[in-house]
Design a protein around this ligand. Structure first.
Ligand SMILES: [Zn+2]
Ligand SMILES: [Zn+2]
Ligand SMILES: [Zn+2]
Length: 165
């Protein structure tokens, strides 16, 4: 199965196919690992994949209630927790928001390019970067367990519209 394109998404791409691939990958992965992709977990994942912009838990709650069902905040947090554990979704601490992983087949650390203007996010999954961090940390006797790198900047579209530098 094709992973979702890693390049910066432009506005003209076929996003319906991104959502479709993300859900199909999630179903496969859950089947392989014996995890249950319940209705609410699947719906939350679909809503996270609404765009290539991170979405907050509160926004997810609103989107879910637009479905016509009352969903309690802990339900959403539990669904997000499951999706994060399953590597289907990443949490961006600097934005307190969540983004779908385009390549969830292995547990990995991510580096995220976050556009300050339009908030679109692209994930780099570059083990060269994480290896450097691991070895620099190890040189100080520090065992790195989890690393998430959040890089703020401008995406190509926003840069050509109004460059910051
Ligand atoms: Zn897309
Ligand atoms: Zn990822
Ligand atoms: Zn942008």
């Amino acid at each position: 199965m094709n992973a979702i394109s890693k390049s910066l998404p432009n506005s003209s791409h076929d996003h319906a196919s991104c959502i479709q691939k993300a859900l199909a990958m999630a179903e496969n992965i859950c089947r392989q690992r014996g995890l249950r992709l319940t209705k609410i977990r699947r719906r939350v994942l679909q809503l996270v994949w609404n765009s290539h912009k991170p979405v907050g838990a509160y926004e997810l709650l609103e989107l879910l209630s637009a479905d016509g069902q009352r969903v309690a905040p802990p339900t959403v947090y539990r669904a997000l927790g499951f999706l994060i554990e399953a590597d289907l979704v990443h949490r961006l601490d600097s934005l307190n928001a969540f983004i779908g992983c385009p390549d969830p087949h292995s547990s990995h650390v991510g580096q995220f390019l976050i556009c300050r203007d339009c908030r679109s996010v692209v994930e780099l999954e570059d083990s060269d970067i994480s290896d450097v961090v691991d070895s620099k940390a190890a040189a100080l006797g520090f065992s790195a367990i989890r690393q998430t790198l959040e890089i703020q900047g401008q995406c190509p579209d926003c840069h050509s519209a109004s460059p910051l530098n």
